[in-house]
Design a protein. Structure first.
Length: 500
């Protein structure tokens, strides 16, 4: 849960979004309304005006807010938000029950209520109650049966078997999942987060500077600045945030089409994380509208609008402020510490922004120079810590059997992601990037903004001056590539096999 007790900050759960995608009527209505909105002549004219002005913030506001309003106004989706349930049929029945109860209450408040009409509403309410009972029991049995089937199909994949067993155990049957009930005794304030982030990387911060401070409902006063919000506050920050010069080359249709296709390709990748900022739409809903789902076709007008937006990004050589602003969520570490030391910060970013930069990072350069070192196992696809542990044990056993001595060297970095200097990341992670792509990757790195919110809705926006944001598209690989290069260089200069 992003903010316990504040459901308005996150409208949908993963199961609710999956239910919307699988419900043919709800998905079809959502795609149809989206296609009508982006096919309207006024929407097209507004996007073309933003293209002429090279205003990425205006263009993204039209697309994102338009889709968000359509989702909120779809009846089935509205019922799912007002009456949370994994089954859309249950949400619709709860909405009908609420409506009938309201009608019955209004009828009882009249001076001369009609007994016959009151009896009809009471009988209908009784039938709805019975239907809800049957639907909930059927939905629960379907859920448990599907989990049993999935567990049988997993075979020897014990990680998936354990995951589904924990889901199955919610009914009191089977293995019990481990739950942390410990909550830190003190929740840091926004000012305390500011003080912590202003420290250097090794001390637990990211050398951040304060950009804006106020209440969360007043955040629009800051985001309305658009690209002006990225301007450095002083000469020291300007030197630190030095970006490559903007390219005046003509943007070809091939580059725009490549960006759009790579964005869709990255959007279609499976992802474990689900939470998004309060100003964003969930990735699975974007996937439904842009890629379709099963027999449901995507929205062609929305795809056309987003392709135009990819061209605006290239011509303006800038990205929207809502792509660069991250909603920072503190996750308890369970380490019995106080204040900010008791939390790990995860940065939530807009899914479309992550997909655009993810396509730029992962698919535009497939050379060998972009590969991760063979000794790195963390945050690498098809590598796991379990594999590393088994490999080390095999080496240890074989070397000891051969009568050789074993020396293991472990390197650890405190506050790893925010600690690496930007110069090292640019030198090692972006070294072989193409000229037209390198500027955007550096822009993503150096123009990031952090939004920290406390329990009283006091907010601060900070500008980090070191490291990467954990949760961003290429953050793990950027850190891994840079860290491996630094360790390799350090070993070469300070350690040899002849040392005793």
């Amino acid at each position: 849960c992003i903010c316990p007790g504040k459901r308005e900050l996150h409208h949908f759960s993963r199961d609710q979004v999956s239910a919307i995608r699988q419900d043919k009527s709800a998905a079809s209505a959502l795609v149809e309304k989206t296609d009508q909105w982006f096919g309207d002549s006024r929407t097209i004219e507004a996007l073309e005006a933003a293209d002429r002005d090279e205003d990425v913030d205006l263009a993204w506001g039209l697309i994102n807010e338009g889709v968000m309003k359509i989702i909120e106004q779809t009846p089935t989706v509205c019922n799912s938000v007002r009456f949370p349930s994994e089954n859309l049929e249950i949400a619709n029945l709860l909405a009908k029950r609420w409506q009938v109860r309201s009608q019955l209450l209004d009828l009882q408040n009249e001076q001369h209520p009609c007994p016959f009409q009151q009896r009809v509403l009471e009988n209908f309410l009784h039938r709805l109650k019975a239907m809800l009972f049957v639907e909930r029991r059927w939905d629960w049995n379907r859920r448990q049966t599907s989990l049993v089937t999935a567990i049988r199909e997993h075979g020897n994949d014990w990680r998936r078997i354990w995951r589904d067993s924990r889901k199955f155990s919610q009914g009191g049957i089977g293995l019990r999942g481990r739950v942390f009930h410990y909550i830190p005794a003190f929740s840091p304030t926004a000012s305390q987060w500011q003080t912590a982030m202003e420290k250097s990387g090794p001390q637990g911060g990211c050398s951040a500077r304060l950009v804006w401070k106020g209440a969360l409902p007043e955040l629009n006063q800051f985001t309305s600045l658009g690209q002006a919000a990225f301007f450095p506050l002083d000469s020291d920050m300007q030197a630190k945030l030095d970006l490559p010069d903007r390219q005046n080359d003509v943007v070809s249709d091939e580059i725009v089409e490549r960006d759009f296709q790579h964005m869709l390709q990255y959007l279609n990748r499976p992802q474990r994380g689900f939470a998004v900022p309060i100003w964003s739409i969930h990735k699975l809903l974007w996937s439904l509208l842009l890629l379709g789902y099963e027999k449901q076709s995507p929205s062609p007008c929305l795809r056309k609008a987003l392709r135009l937006f990819c061209g605006i990004i290239r011509r303006a050589s800038a990205v929207p402020i809502y792509w660069q602003l991250s909603w920072d969520i503190p996750i308890p570490k369970m380490n019995n510490k106080l204040w900010t030391d008791a939390f790990r910060v995860i940065h939530l970013l807009d899914p479309i922004g992550k997909s655009w930069f993810g396509g730029l990072w992962r698919y535009t350069d497939t050379s060998e120079h972009h590969g991760i070192g063979h000794t790195q196992f963390g945050f690498v696809t098809q590598r796991s810590r379990e594999e590393l542990a088994i490999t080390l044990r095999c080496w240890q056993f074989r070397l000891s059997q051969a009568g050789l001595k074993i020396v293991l060297i472990f390197h650890d970095v405190r506050n790893a992601f925010p600690s690496i200097a930007w110069e090292s990341i640019v030198e090692h992670a972006f070294r072989h990037r193409q000229r037209e792509d390198k500027r955007f990757l550096i822009l993503r790195l150096k123009s990031g903004l952090l939004l920290m919110v406390d329990s009283c809705d006091n907010a601060v926006v900070l500008r980090p001056l070191s490291g990467t944001r954990q949760g961003d598209t290429g953050a793990a690989e950027e850190f891994g590539k840079t860290f491996c290069e630094c360790i390799r260089k350090w070993n070469k200069e300070n350690f040899t096999l002849t040392d005793k």
